[in-house]
Ligand binder design. Structure first.
Ligand code: NDP
Length: 253
């Protein structure tokens, strides 16, 4: 894996916690620090801490951090344009930023939550892909890794909007993969089941008590389980694409 990653530029959204943060560490680890990471999220202080930790462990690593809200298309454009020269040729785009907001039934869902989920999980992901793709096409290489979810395949009551956003992500991924069939660009869809991160805290709008109940009696995956899968997918040999994976805790139905 190290030789397939050496010197590559990996751009990860939502890198301030959970799967995004673990993925940054896992790329660094797999490449033994010989890698360039462009990390973004809205909470800049968290990214500052992450950068410090990465550099203290791998002194040669190159890390660029930026405060970025992917739901704002103008800011996304600004972000991509402002990337320093050595981070501009993105080899791997990890479209990870995403969230569920609330557990309300249709008819009670706040409009701002509907907008927030679609803007972040769908519009942000599509817009960033649009901004990064021309460079990948020009170089005829690159991996686009999309964080979908089991929610996009097996919708449940109280998750109407989140499930719909993840179904949209999966549909977009497969369409794009087929569109790029004559190129060396790979589109990789990763659909996890339950992973214990800040995800449930966000979903329950800050209630740590409600969030922890989600995992009671279960053994969820952790962020590193997904990070390992992402790095695995992007280190396959050139003729192999992990087009999609569904990954569950062993005891999840
Ligand atoms: P976390 O809540 O731990 O991480 C989500 C990340 O997304 C944070 O870094 C957050 O950073 C960032 N983010 C949220 N909104 C925005 C925004 N508007 N702009 C930029 N960044 C944003 O959850 P996970 O790590 O679990 O989630 C990562 C992905 O995995 C998501 O797409 C999620 O839907 C998906 N997933 C998660 C599952 C789970 O059970 N945990 C299961 C299946 C899929 P900040 O707040 O600093 O902006």
């Amino acid at each position: 894996a190290a030789s397939r990653l050496a010197g590559k530029v990996i751009l990860i959204t939502g890198a301030s916690s959970g799967i995004g943060e673990a993925t940054a560490f896992e790329y660094a680890n797999a490449a033994k620090g010989e890698i360039k990471l462009a990390l973004s999220a809205r909470r800049f202080e968290k990214l500052e801490d992450l950068k410090e930790k990465l550099i203290s462990q791998w002194p040669n690593i190159k890390v660029h951090i930026a405060s970025l809200d992917v739901s704002n298309v103008a800011k996304l454009t600004e972000y991509v344009e402002s990337l320093p020269e050595e981070f501009k040729a993105v080899d791997v785009l990890v479209n990870n930023a995403g969230k569920a907001l609330g557990v309300d039934k249709v008819g009670q869902i706040l409009q701002e939550d509907i907008d927030g989920m679609f803007q972040t999980n769908v519009i942000g992901l599509i817009s960033l892909t649009q901004l990064i793709l021309p460079g990948m096409k020009a170089r005829n290489r690159g991996d686009i890794i999309q964080l979908g979810s089991i929610a996009g395949r097996d919708p449940y009551p109280g998750g109407g909007i989140y499930c719909a956003t993840k179904a949209a992500v999966r549909s977009f991924s497969h369409s794009l993969r087929k569109e790029l069939i004559d190129t060396k660009i790979r589109v990789i869809e990763i659909d996890p089941g339950a992973v214990q991160t800040e995800f449930s805290v966000v979903r329950y709008k800050g209630s740590k008590e409600s969030a922890s109940k989600v995992y009671e009696g279960a053994e969820p995956l952790n962020a590193l389980d997904i990070a390992e899968l992402i790095v695995f997918a992007s280190t396959r040999r050139e003729n192999t694409v992990v087009a999609e994976t569904l990954v569950f805790p062993t005891n999840q139905a």
